[in-house]
Structure formats: C-alpha cells, structure tokens
Design a protein around this ligand. Structure first.
Ligand SMILES: C[S@@+](CC[C@H](N)C(=O)[O-])C[C@H]1O[C@@H](n2cnc3c(N)ncnc32)[C@H](O)[C@@H]1O
Length: 336
C-alpha cells in the first residue's frame, strides 16, 4: 500500500481485536478511510464494510480494497497488469512527465513516461469502475515504490532517492473476495447515510492537508492536467478544498457536528498525542454518546519524521522533536 501519513498499519491488530470483541456487529463504516487498509482488514475478517473519504485517490483505494470483488476481477486485472508491465513507451512524455519529473523531481523521467503511458491506456480502455479502480491503485502503488520523497508530496528530495532508479513495476493489489461499498463524501454527510453497527473514525488531527500531501495521486486518478503552483507543483484546488479537521478553531465544532450526525450503537476512534484536541478533550466530547473506553499504544512516528525535516528543496533543516507518539483508541458504546 502507499506511504501515508497517519496510516493505521501498525494499529490494525488492535482495531480488529476491539471490533471482534463486540457482539452484534456485522456492518462497519470507515469514515476517513485514507489508504483503506482498515476497511480492507475488516473486510478480510468477514465484516461488511462501507468506506468513505473525500479525496478521489482515497476513494479509488476504497473501491479497490473494500468494494471490488476479487472473485470476478482477479483474472482480468492480472491480464491488464501483465500488459502494462511489458509496455515500452518511448519519447519524452507529456504533461505529467514535464510537471512531476522535470519541473519537479518526484519520479525519474523514464518512470514518468511509463506512468503516463499506462494511465492513458487505462483512460482509453473505458473500463468498468471496479476494474479501473484496481488498475489505478496498482499504478499508484507502483509509482509510490519509485518516488523520490520522504512520504509526502509537499517536497521532493534534493538528490534522487535510490529507489527512484528502479523500473516501475505494477503488481496486483491484494483485493479480497466479497463486496463492500465505497463513498466519496464529506464525513458528516456520509455518516448520515451509513447504515452500519459501528463507525470507525480516523480524522486528520493537525494542519497538514491530505490533498496537499498527496496531490499527485489526486491528479493521477483524476487525470485532469490541473493548473499547478509553487516548487511542489501542487494542484491549484489544494487552496480551496479544505477539511475542517485541519483547522485549529474548526476541529472541535466539526467533531461536535460529526458526532451529532452519527447514529450507530458503536463508535471507534483513533487519535494520537500530536493533535489539536487532547485525548482528555476527546474523551469528554465522546462521553455524551455513551460509555467511553480508552486503549493506548506507543508507536514510532511516520517515516518522514525519522528521516528528518526538509525544506522545499529537499535540504535537511531543523530537528525532529520526538520519534515516538501515543496512539489512542476510544471505544464508545452503550452504557453497561
Ligand atoms: C488519518 S487519515 C486516515 C488514515 C487511514 N485510517 C489509513 O489507515 O490509511 C485521514 C483521512 O481523512 C480524510 N478526510 C479529511 N477530512 C475529511 C472530511 N471532512 N470528510 C471525509 N474525509 C476527510 C483525508 O483525506 C485522509 O485520507
């Protein structure tokens, strides 16, 4: 799966343990799905899953890992992926290669030309939505393995990352049998529509916008050649498409509205100690909904923190304050 800030890769066993311990839970909603790895794990554990995220690349990940049914897609997707891996596009590429490999240096141009040719082939093929999602995710993940960043697209490295010299190679994403549902809405609106027994909440917790951090994935999926700005060549709509959860004054009222919109017996929420809201604030907000249980875990910080702080030219500046943080899981349910 792609490198993703706040990804719950390490927390999945604990999330599964908590959900598996509840009786009467068969349908689960993941309201801020990101890489969709939580929904994927829950689907793998036998739950019916609905995943939602407001960004298009995350929606594509949710379509692939939660909605798509491996039983009907594996063969066809594998055929396409073999074809993509043997394509040998020539020339200097077009818009994508120019913007992200020459004006900026997120991928080596040879790989940029391949990414671009495969993306165009997917667009021209006019595929069924779930198959298209699986192939787009396969391409996104292949591009992620040869990128030259610290894991966010706010900046690229000054010198090429060693992995960026590898040839782009697509793999079949680990899709699962069975159907799920993927939505692309604001969390509050999605919460009103989800008919589930438990909602898992993993919102952003600070000022860093996911669209700004992963703008190239948004453009790769939308394939819309947007106006871009700055050294990072971000999409111009990063300036307008904001989340209330990235705003210090906005996060508490956004949370209150979200909690009011949710009508499920169980709520499970992840939060860490780097957020605008303290675990104590959250515990208090959640207690209006039922009995709150708090589980917490100590984790290494995201890979970028371990590599260091860089400016937009990829030069190392400043010091990272700490390398571990505390992840909290709050379970809210009926009072005993
Ligand atoms: C912490 S990440 C989720 C990570 C995910 N659990 C994982 O393991 O990959 C938060 C996600 O919330 C999404 N998001 C932010 N604000 C949103 C909103 N108002 N409605 C829906 N999604 C939102 C972001 O796009 C981002 O993918």
């Amino acid at each position: 799966m792609i490198k993703y800030l706040g990804s719950k890769r390490l927390l999945i066993p604990q999330i599964l343990e908590v959900v598996n311990g509840l009786t009467g839970v068969t349908r689960v909603g993941d309201l801020f799905s990101g890489t969709a790895r939580v929904g994927h794990a829950l689907k793998g554990a036998g739950y019916e899953v609905v995943a939602n995220d407001h960004n298009t690349y995350s929606h594509m990940l949710a379509r692939c890992y939660v909605a798509a049914d491996a039983r009907s897609l594996t063969e066809e997707a594998s055929r396409w992926i073999s074809e993509f891996n043997t394509m040998d596009p020539r020339g200097k590429g077009g818009w994508f290669t120019e913007v992200y490999c020459r004006e900026a240096r997120y991928f080596q141009p040879d790989n940029g030309v391949r990414i671009e040719a495969i993306r165009q082939r997917i667009a021209d093929a006019d595929l069924a939505p779930d198959l298209e999602a699986v192939l787009l995710v396969s391409l996104m993940e292949a591009a992620d393995r040869v990128d030259s960043t610290t894991g966010v697209q706010m900046a690229y490295l000054k010198s090429w990352a060693a992995r960026s010299a590898n040839r782009l190679e697509l793999r079949l994403p680990r899709i699962l049998p069975g159907q799920g549902e993927a939505m692309q809405m604001d969390a509050e609106a999605a919460a009103r529509q989800m008919d589930v027994d438990l909602i898992y909440l993993d919102p952003p917790y600070n000022q860093h916008s996911y669209l700004g951090n992963y703008h190239i994935w948004e453009t790769l999926v939308l394939w819309d050649e947007p106006e871009v700005y700055g050294i990072a060549r971000k999409r111009i709509d990063c300036k307008e498409r904001k989340s209330a959860f990235n705003s210090k004054p906005g996060i508490r009222p956004a949370f209150e509205r979200l909690l009011a919109a949710i009508d499920t017996p169980w709520l499970l929420l992840s939060f860490n100690n780097e957020g605008y809201l303290s675990p104590e604030d959250l515990g208090q907000l959640l207690s209006s909904r039922g009995e709150v249980r708090n589980f917490d875990f100590d984790h290494p910080r995201y890979v970028g923190a371990r590599i260091g702080i860089h400016n937009l030219k990829g030069e190392k500046v400043g010091k990272v304050s700490h390398l571990r943080n505390r992840e909290h899981l709050f379970l809210v349910g009926p009072r005993r």
